[in-house]
Design a protein around this ligand. Structure first.
Ligand SMILES: [Zn+2]
Ligand SMILES: [Zn+2]
Length: 266
């Protein structure tokens, strides 16, 4: 496993400037976060080669101002518009040399449905297979209407059942959805056959929301996540989405999680 950082820490910058900041902070594995509204794809490629970086991408890449793209809209016009944005995102991910792209199952406060989500993933699977990219569908939490419950995510992934469609497990979203760290750990364990990316994010289980900070030492939360993933032979990224933390805390968090990876030899 390896620690990856999301550029959502520098989300107001164009994507290439954000990648530059992440590399300067010492990260080699970078998830180009969302919503960047602009950026220079060629410069992102240059930075990858220059600093020997690995990339993944969080869709939409690029995001469109004043439009929330979601793969599960019930409104057919918004659904089609969103799909076009995600197709372009998959192409852009390929262009910069990313191996995987994260796409949310849903967004809070939008009228969404499971059949629309399944059909979107079927369509993305074809494009992803053509371009040799893995699409990781990320779990969300309420008030999203769909895409947060274990049985539902399992159902969607089983129905789509395509080697290029996997899951991004966001620990905070899962804990917010279930209201419990223990339930989150069960959920994680059950989903491991599908997991190809992990967002390792603190949670406020009382407010039932994610806290966009770096992980801080917590044996029950982070050590158990790492142990479960090790048992499942997960070899992917543990991605920080520490948008609202300091450089100092992010580096401390990196050291802490790298320490766990070493401790558990995974
Ligand atoms: Zn996300
Ligand atoms: Zn996430």
């Amino acid at each position: 496993m390896k620690v990856e950082i999301s550029t959502n820490r520098w989300i107001k910058l164009p994507a290439h400037e954000a990648v530059h900041k992440a590399a300067a902070l010492g990260f080699k594995h970078i998830q180009i976060g969302t919503p960047h509204f602009s950026g220079d794809l060629d410069k992102i490629v240059e930075l990858r080669k220059k600093h020997k970086l690995t990339y993944s991408v969080h869709a939409p890449f690029f995001a469109e101002k004043d439009f929330i793209a979601t793969a599960s809209y019930k409104d057919p016009v918004d659904l089609e518009h969103s799909r076009q944005i995600f197709f372009k995102s998959i192409e852009n991910a390929k262009y910069v040399g990313a191996k995987k792209i994260v796409i949310h199952a849903s967004e809070p406060h939008y009228h969404e449905g499971v059949p629309q989500l399944v059909e979107s993933m079927d369509l993305f699977a074809k494009k992803a297979a053509e371009l040799d990219i893995i699409v990781c569908m990320e779990n969300k939490f309420q008030p999203s209407e769909v895409g947060y419950a274990e049985h539902e995510l399992w159902g969607v992934l089983k129905e789509v059942s395509h080697p290029n469609i996997k899951m991004c497990f966001d620990t905070a979203h899962a804990a917010a959805a279930t209201g419990s760290l223990t339930e989150m750990l069960h959920f994680l364990k059950d989903m491991t056959p599908f997991i190809a990316d992990v967002h390792l994010v603190p949670v406020d289980t009382f407010k039932r929301t994610d806290v966009h900070e770096a992980p801080k030492p917590n044996e029950y939360y982070y050590e158990n996540v790492v142990k479960i993933l090790k048992d499942a032979k997960y070899k992917g990224d543990l991605t920080f989405e520490a948008a609202y933390d300091t450089d100092e805390n992010v580096l401390k968090g990196m050291k802490y999680i790298e320490g766990l990876i070493k401790k558990y030899k995974c």
